[in-house]
Design a protein around this ligand. Structure first.
Ligand SMILES: [Zn+2]
Length: 195
């Protein structure tokens, strides 16, 4: 009898917990762009469309990553100074297998790691252990890996654990001209010029 009486409240509590857990992502807090150590990852004066922002359902579900749509061969520059830790340059730009993205990873002074993905085969001009300065060319945009056949740069920064999506952190850019949402996040479909 007591079990029966308790059953409904327990079920309601479980449902409430389920929904609470499902919506408990902490709000994104973007650092002040003026003091950010990150620049847009392309040369000053150029302007590209953001085609996918953070945590969009299509390809960035629960992921803190930006996709800048660029033509194949567009110059990609280091967003922040650091040391190159990973270079993968061997995949064809027609190879859209997940994980087959040509890429550069740069470790910053605070141990965070920036991942630049979908670069053009053979375009990467830095090597592991190279020191790179912000704004320095590292390679060119390509179409390798799971791009949805849209050539673009996937840019994501991890606090410490590379490719661990839950360890990615919100990034602001110190030289960005363009619209941000109220949280400071870049908006899909908007164009962003590098100052
Ligand atoms: Zn992406």
């Amino acid at each position: 009898m007591i079990v029966k009486k308790l059953a409904l409240p327990i079920i309601l509590i479980l449902i409430a917990l389920y929904y609470f857990a499902g919506s408990s992502n902490p709000p994104l807090i973007f650092p002040d762009p003026k003091t950010s150590e990150y620049s847009l990852p392309y040369p000053s004066g150029l302007k590209y469309e953001l085609f996918q922002t953070y945590c969009e359902n299509s390809g960035h579900r629960n992921r803190l990553a930006y996709d800048f749509e660029m033509p194949i061969g567009a110059e990609i520059t280091a967003s922040r100074s650091g040391v190159v830790t990973v270079v993968e340059n061997s995949f064809s730009d027609e190879d859209h297998t997940t994980g087959h993205n040509n890429r550069v990873v740069i470790r910053h002074a605070d141990e965070s790691l920036a991942w630049y993905a979908h670069l053009k085969q053979g375009s990467i001009i830095v090597n592991p252990n190279d020191s790179v300065n912000v704004g320095q060319k590292i390679g060119e945009c390509g179409n390798s890996g799971r791009t949805g056949s849209v050539p673009h740069l996937h840019f994501e920064v991890f606090r410490e654990h590379l490719y661990n999506y839950s360890d990615a952190i919100p990034i602001s850019f110190n030289n960005l001209m363009g619209k941000l949402d109220t949280s400071g996040m870049l908006v899909s479909g908007e164009w962003y010029q590098s100052k």
